[in-house]
Write a protein of this length. Structure first.
Length: 583
């Protein structure tokens, strides 16, 4: 084969063995290297045995891959009892052919260092266990116990290489645990060099808060996440948050969902975008929890799930308090549509809070997530750390098209249009609640600071908590600016009185004009009647004159007749009458 032909062929991809641990396979780009050994190193209590056992249990129950757990420290009885607290029955008869436990007792004081020291007995025992159940996965916990009494580095290195080579020849995917050393990943500092994949675990205490972290140090033949990742150990096993998988490639929706307050929906011209991030900020007592509870309530009314993270109040306290504004959340809790997870922010570090949220979101599968308030997280981390944590949370929620509502408690001395950890740039819709002090009285105001991708109101409106829910009324501008509360009531009463006085004045003037109109109309009627009388008299006079003229004409005619002054009529020969004197 020529060099050109060889370069055209893509090398075979490394086959992966899924660990089945939430988040870990994402970090490992599919899983552990199949048929190769992986080293999991960490200090005491870091979770090495837990991660190794879950690797076997998930393989047996989810991937039908039998496994062997060979312990060099804990007995099989102790292992069964310890993992029973997680709900794992390692002695289940149904799984006896899928999972086998073996305890190899080694007393370090009985180990003599000679040139003939080898692990041949371990190979025989392990080979029998693998063949008896057809194991595909093997765990050795922990490797230091095999070489505790040895100081000859040459023998140690040779036997380690032989052990790892033997595991590869058997074709099993092996997880080998080891204790952290001083300045090295393991006590001997050799295991990491002969392992194909190395994962380190650690747990740190900062500000009296414990945080567990995981890092993939190396992975031969495969890409992998290179950051430190927080992980959680609980009754369901291990959960790892794969931070590097969160990219700005999420889909967006044009669907609008209600805020639970009709007038607020009107201010937003239809409500929030589904899958968007919303921030409700304001000083103490402005109604942040009431507004977020209204959002949770209307979401449950649609038949969708809501996950509520509370850092100040207990679930029962939230339910009781919301009764005062006519919101009953208890039925939604009973129906399984609302889950309130309440804890103090100081109960764990930021990373553990993030992992806990990630885990509960995956389990509950909500359409809305509420965090009330995020400002409490500053007590367990710096501003930059909180911003980083919330950035990852918001990105994860947007990726899953989950609508997020965060509340933020503003301090009395800080600007209302800013947050302490600078998360406003991550938010799609920012609603600001504020106190308006007038005349020795404090009332609530609400306005929309920003809302990306939609037109929205720029008006400050009064925000009232009533026994029938939240009421937002139009802004009222008085002579001295926006008025609320009793100042607004007094100004409205004063303006109503002034309006009544204006109406009375208008009515009085209308009556005056009406009287004047009637008087003028009466005068016009009198003038018209006089005019008509004069006109009638004139007509009679004209008729009299006409009759007098006619009588005079008749009298003159009669006079002519009596005086024989009329000319007789004569006829011409033609027979026509002619007038003239006869001579």
């Amino acid at each position: 084969m020529t060099r050109e032909e060889n370069t055209n062929e893509s090398p075979p991809a490394l086959e992966k063995c899924p660990a089945g641990i939430r988040g870990l396979d994402d970090i490992l780009d599919g899983g552990l290297p199949r048929g190769r050994p992986t080293l999991v190193a960490g200090g005491a209590g870091s979770g090495k045995t837990m991660i190794a056992m879950e690797f076997l249990v998930r393989g047996a129950t989810q991937y039908n891959e039998p496994g062997i757990f060979m312990s060099f420290e804990e007995s099989t009885g102790d292992l069964v009892k310890n993992f029973a607290s997680l709900g794992w029955n390692l002695k289940n008869p149904e799984d006896s052919k899928k999972l086998a436990l073996d305890h190899v007792y080694i007393e370090r004081s009985e180990i003599e260092e000679t040139g003939e020291y080898d692990l041949e007995g371990l190979f025989i025992r392990l080979n029998y266990a693998i063949d008896s159940i057809g194991a595909k996965r093997v765990v050795l916990d922990t490797i230091e116990s095999l070489f505790g009494g040895l100081s000859n580095e040459g023998i140690l290195r040779a036997e380690l290489r032989r052990l790892f080579s033997w595991l590869k020849e058997k074709g099993v995917t092996a997880v080998i645990t080891g204790e952290r050393g001083e300045g090295t990943l393991t006590r001997r500092g050799l295991e990491e060099y002969v392992s194909d994949c190395v994962i380190t675990l650690d747990h740190r205490v900062e500000g009296q808060v414990l945080t567990r972290r995981l890092r993939v140090v190396k992975y031969r033949g495969s890409t992998h996440g290179t950051n430190e990742y927080p992980f959680l150990m609980d009754e369901h096993g291990i959960s790892v948050l794969p931070i590097t998988s969160l990219r700005l490639e999420h889909d967006v929706s044009a669907e609008r969902i209600s805020s639970g307050v009709p007038r607020l929906d009107t201010m937003l011209e239809g409500g929030f975008y589904r899958g968007s991030s919303i921030l409700i900020s304001g000083t103490a007592g402005t109604g942040k929890t009431s507004l977020s509870s209204s959002f949770a309530n209307v979401n449950c009314e649609r038949g969708e799930r809501c996950l509520y993270f509370a850092f100040e109040d207990s679930p029962k306290q939230i339910i009781r308090n919301m009764h005062s504004i006519g919101i009953d959340l208890e039925p939604w809790v009973e129906k399984g549509l609302l889950k309130i997870h309440a804890s103090r922010s100081t109960v764990s570090g930021l990373e553990m809070h993030l992992v806990t949220m990630h885990k509960l979101i995956n389990e509950f599968n909500p359409s809305v997530v509420i965090v009330d308030p995020v400002s409490n997280l500053v007590t367990v981390g710096s501003e930059e750390e909180v911003k980083s944590m919330l950035t990852r949370l918001i990105d994860m929620l947007k990726t899953e098209q989950i609508t997020a509502m965060l509340t933020y408690l503003s301090g009395g001395g800080e600007s209302l249009e800013a947050t302490e950890m600078g998360i406003s740039s991550l938010i799609d819709t920012w609603i600001l609640l504020r106190d308006i002090e007038i005349g020795g009285e404090r009332n609530r105001g609400i306005y929309i600071l920003k809302s990306r991708g939609m037109a929205h109101s720029n008006q400050i409106r009064e925000f009232r908590l009533t026994g029938k829910g939240i009421d937002i009324i139009d802004a009222y501008l008085g002579p001295e600016g926006v008025l609320t509360g009793t100042a607004r009531t007094a100004q409205e009463a004063k303006e109503r009185e002034q309006e009544a006085e204006r109406k009375e004045e208008v009515e009085r003037r209308r009556h005056d004009v009406e009287r004047q109109r009637k008087a003028i109309e009466a005068q016009i009627a009198a003038i018209r009647a006089d005019f008509e009388a004069r006109e009638e008299e004139l007509k009679k006079l004209i008729q009299q004159e006409e009759r007098r003229g006619e009588a005079q004409k008749e009298a003159r005619a009669e006079m002519r007749h009596l005086r024989k002054a009329e000319v007789p009529e004569a006829k011409h020969q033609s027979g026509k009458k002619v007038r003239g004197n006869l001579k």
